[in-house]
Every structure is written in structure tokens, then in C-alpha cells.
Ligand binder design. Structure first.
Ligand code: GLU
Length: 327
């Protein structure tokens, strides 16, 4: 599988920050945003801010604005976003629905998708990125023999599932290196929910392509999703961006950062008077960019930036650090 390589044309590098306003942004999210920002800014590329708000029951009314405040507080900026409209507006996924609908239509015509009326929890969950432990069971292919026109005969609500070929696939990750997966371990995935909402997988591909995104930096728990997204890029005949999957921040129990690991919400840290520079310094040290955790602004790290310096191990967050910051 090819990947877009624009390294000889720095001005055409485009990255994105894509928070989901389903809750507060925490330290783990901040680390990924910082790396995404540095990778683009160090090579004078452009950054977009996109709010991934299609998961309607889970979206919180306050969370988009808070995420924007969090990013600004950290010292990150972007060239286009809800507050700075440019050529790629709109920046809320809920305002980009017509594009998802026409892409679904395209997939229906090419028989890449089929209607599925199985009532499974993975249909319900499809609107959000499947982060660690959210992959769910592999779809057994119950409705796969249908053609897209069979939708007209279905009485019960149906989702649209993408027909994934059952073959080994591979791609080269810009950070994590060569990745391989047998696609049958993923199973056919939902691209449109029966409620008429696009799934994360379709929306993210549609937007990254429409917005001219050339690199995607995100947590390595989304590597399985990358194989689904690459299948969508192929179905549409589009060149995919380069993917950089970075290690997650985990608690001392080895699990993805969550409430049980203490309150690491950026809004809370901010309210408690902790300085953004302290947080960024710890994140940069955890990534291998600083010898020791010392206060810095993201812009101070640009001169030192190099993907080859970034540590490959998962980052362990110890709540004792928070007590230290409060002192
Ligand atoms: N909005 C998604 C999330 O926060 C972004 C996933 C992605 O970068 O593709 O989980």
C-alpha cells in the first residue's frame, strides 16, 4: 500500500487535531496532540482543527469548546478550525453530513457495502473511534450475501457494512513501522448506522481526504482501524495519508489512561493552577524529547523535533506526579 510522501514539498504537509467532544480531554490526548502539532510545525506544514462530534448520544454540549480551550492552553495552534474558517470549512463533522451521504451512495453503487439489520452492539457503537478494548466481536458475515439493492426489501432498520476482503494486508506506519494484519480478524465493519449517522471509519476518511490531510498522528490503539480506513481509501481510489501511531499513556496497571488513574483532565489541571509548561515538559520528556521533565512551551521543542527521537514504549502515568505538580 502506498502512502503520500510530501517530504520534498513541505508547504503541502497537512495535519489535523481531531478531538471527540464526548468528554474532557486528558493528559493522554494532550500527548498525541503535542506530537501531531510538532510533526507538522517542525516542517512548516499546515494544521487543521476538526471536531468529531457525530457520536450524538455521547457528545457533551460543553466538550468542543473546552477541547479548544485546552489546546490553546497547551500552547498549540492551527491554521484552520471553527474559530479560524478557511478553505476546508466546516470543521464540525455534524456540518459535513452531505459529503458522508454521497460517499455512502458511491459505496452502494460499487457494491462495497451491504445492508445489515443485525442488532448488535457494534452497530450502536460505530460512531466513535474504537479505542483500546472497544473493538468488539468480529462480525460473522450474516448479511454479507446481500446486494445493496436488497435494502429496499428490508422492513427493519439497517446499517451499511463494508465488505472487507479476507486477506493479509500490510502498510508502513511512519512511526510504528511495518504493520501486518489478516483482514478476516477484523470482519466487515459498519460505515453507516441505521440511525442515519455515519460511522467513525467513514467520516474520518471522508474528512481527511476532503481536507487534504497528508499525515495522521494518533494513538496506537487505532492501528486496527487504520486497516479499515485503508480499505476505504482503496474503494474510493484515493491516496491515503501517512499514519503515525504513537504509544498511549497508561496507568501503573498498564491500562489506557482513564478516570481510575486520577483526574488528569486538562481542564482540571488548568483550574488547579498547574502551568501548561509543566504539563508540556512532562509530555515532552515522556516522549524522549527532553532529558528531564522541565517546563517548556511546545514551540521550544521545534528545533529538537525528530520522529527518530520519540520513544516507542508506552508511557506510564503515576498519580504521584500530579501531587508534585500541585506543590
Ligand atoms: N476523534 C477521534 C478520537 O479522538 C480521532 C481518531 C483519529 O485520529 O482518527 O478518538
Amino acid at each position: 500500500m502506498g502512502s503520500a510522501n510530501n517530504s520534498t514539498q513541505p508547504s503541502r504537509l497537512v495535519g489535523r487535531l481531531a478531538p471527540s467532544p464526548t468528554g474532557a480531554q486528558h493528559l493522554g490526548n494532550a500527548r498525541t496532540y503535542l506530537l501531531a502539532w510538532l510533526s507538522i510545525r517542525a516542517r512548516s506544514g499546515r494544521l487543521l482543527l476538526r471536531i468529531e462530534d457525530i457520536d450524538s448520544p455521547r457528545v457533551k454540549p460543553w466538550a468542543a469548546e473546552q477541547a479548544i480551550d485546552d489546546l490553546r492552553w497547551l500552547g498549540l495552534d492551527w491554521d484552520e478550525g471553527p474559530d479560524r474558517p478557511g478553505n476546508h470549512a466546516p470543521y464540525f463533522q455534524t456540518e459535513r453530513m452531505s459529503n458522508y451521504v454521497s460517499l455512502l451512495e458511491q459505496l452502494r453503487r460499487s457494491e462495497h457495502v451491504y445492508p445489515c439489520n443485525c442488532t448488535r452492539s457494534d452497530i450502536a457503537q460505530a460512531a466513535s473511534a474504537p479505542h483500546a478494548h472497544q473493538e468488539g466481536p468480529v462480525y460473522p458475515g450474516t448479511c454479507a450475501a446481500r446486494s445493496s439493492r436488497d435494502a429496499e426489501t428490508l422492513a427493519s432498520p439497517y446499517a451499511w457494512r463494508f465488505r472487507l476482503s479476507a486477506e493479509p494486508a500490510s502498510y508502513r506506519d511512519g512511526f510504528a513501522g511495518p504493520q501486518e494484519l489478516d483482514l478476516k480478524t477484523l470482519g466487515d465493519f459498519v460505515v453507516y448506522k441505521s440511525s442515519g449517522t455515519p460511522a467513525y471509519q467513514l467520516a474520518v476518511v471522508a474528512d481527511d481526504y476532503a481536507m487534504g490531510v497528508t499525515e495522521v498522528v494518533r494513538g496506537d490503539d487505532l492501528i486496527p482501524s487504520t486497516f479499515r480506513q485503508l480499505a476505504l481509501y482503496r474503494a474510493f481510489g484515493w491516496d491515503p495519508p501517512t499514519f503515525y501511531h504513537v504509544p498511549l499513556v497508561v496507568g501503573t496497571d498498564g491500562r489506557r489512561l482513564a478516570k481510575r488513574h486520577g483526574d488528569t483532565r486538562l481542564a482540571t489541571l488548568r483550574r488547579e493552577g498547574i502551568r501548561a509548561e509543566t504539563v508540556v515538559g512532562w509530555l515532552a520528556w515522556s516522549a524522549g524529547l527532553l532529558e528531564r521533565p522541565q517546563p517548556v512551551r511546545p514551540a521550544d521543542l521545534l528545533a529538537e523535533w525528530d520522529w527518530s527521537r520519540i520513544r516507542r514504549e508506552r508511557v506510564i502515568w503515576n498519580p504521584a506526579i500530579l501531587e508534585d505538580w500541585k506543590r
